[in-house]
Ligand binder design. Structure first.
Ligand code: ZN
Length: 360
């Protein structure tokens, strides 16, 4: 057995990811000697983030509880089930989960903090806007101006979310279609300004199949945004190298977090095409511009299969472990090195989520 297949086996068994990076743990360090990322438990040195999933959804878990209260026997039962699952995630070698659930899609910040504390996983919460205007019931739009919305995002980063003092450490902006609507453009510009004001990075939900990032880069450039602080998420929904390469060449990140969707019969692009594109971007010299994740709706994944809805069925069959169990072994099988896996899963998050201005 050669070195690669040994590593692949170790990854598949969930053992080796800890060997890829430092052992990280959640907690509020007292003195910082390096850059920090803002987690729901306070700032953590980026050297302690370890293996990081940069685009997931944990914080809307209680909204699934609200829809299916009998499935778990109430909040305590739901939290217990969530922590049991997250303990398995942590045991597999994953250290940090970035939660991109914004206020308008049911973010419950207290739940996120609770499961972070109980599981020992670092969690980074997001501010920002998924839908514009919000489509979630009982939520009103905080502002319709760039300045007003930026102020709201900055408050969630600097003062905290929902009067809890729990601070967001990333900004997520949703651009639903090929081109941003007028309101989505306001959201994007507000996200950029909040990022520049706070040092917190920006992740954008993009409709990559329509090459949506190409309609967003002019706005980012107009606002003077540093491409190294931006990730275009769901990028693997495009299978076109002439879409990816100009983005990474300019310094933007591409989030490859829908790879599991390629496993669905007749999916375009297929799983094979998606991992081949990742390999080709790496071979072009841009492993330092790729993120791997799985955009999992965690609460939905806890539901009994009989009541799972469309969105839950889109999620990977091995849930939070898809990246370590299926995606990484798949990439190594086609020749991606352990070195590049480490870069994409440990080093890129370490540089991206470190805040430009250090909170003390
Ligand atoms: Zn998402």
């Amino acid at each position: 057995m050669n070195r690669r297949s040994v590593l692949a086996q170790m990854v598949a068994s969930g053992v080796s990811v800890t060997a890829f990076g430092p052992t990280a743990f959640a907690g509020h360090a007292k003195a910082f000697t390096g850059p920090t990322a803002q987690t729901v438990l306070g700032p953590v040195e980026v050297s302690r983030l370890g293996f990081t999933l940069p685009h997931e959804h944990i914080a809307d878990g209680p909204s699934f509880l609200g829809k299916w209260p009998k499935a778990w026997g109430g909040t305590a039962g739901f939290t217990k089930r969530a922590v049991e699952k997250l303990n398995l995630v942590r045991a597999s070698g994953i250290n940090t989960i970035v939660d991109l659930t914004t206020y308008d899609v049911g973010r419950d910040i207290r739940f996120l903090k609770e499961v972070s504390q109980q599981s020992g996983l670092n969690m980074i919460a997001s501010t920002g806007q998924r839908f514009f205007p919000p489509q979630y019931p009982n939520v009103s739009m905080p502002a319709r101006t760039i300045a007003g919305l930026a102020e709201f995002f900055i408050r969630e980063i600097e003062a905290g979310v929902d009067d809890t003092g729990i601070k967001a450490g990333v900004i997520k902006i949703g651009i639903v279609g090929k081109k941003p609507s007028a309101l989505e453009e306001i959201g994007l510009r507000a996200g950029i300004r909040a990022s520049k004001a706070t040092g917190v990075p920006l992740r954008i939900h993009t409709h990559a199949i329509d090459r949506a990032a190409e309609n967003q880069t002019p706005i980012l450039a107009d606002e003077g945004m540093d491409p190294a602080r931006v990730s275009f998420d769901h990028s693997d929904d495009s299978g076109e190298m002439d879409y990816f390469l100009p983005l990474v060449e300019r310094g933007y990140f591409v989030g490859m977090d829908h790879v599991h969707r390629g496993l669905t019969p007749d999916a375009m692009p297929s799983f094979e095409r998606r991992i081949k594109c990742i390999k080709m971007i790496i071979d072009a010299g841009f492993a330092d511009k790729i993120f791997l994740s799985q955009d999992l709706e965690f609460g939905g994944s806890l539901l009994p299969e009989a009541v799972q809805d469309f969105r839950s069925k889109l999620d990977p069959p091995d849930g939070m472990l898809f990246t370590t169990r299926t995606l990484i072994p798949g990439l190594m099988e086609i020749g991606v090195s352990a070195r590049d896996i480490h870069l994409m899963t440990v080093e890129n998050p370490r540089s991206f989520f470190g805040m430009a201005d250090q909170p003390q």
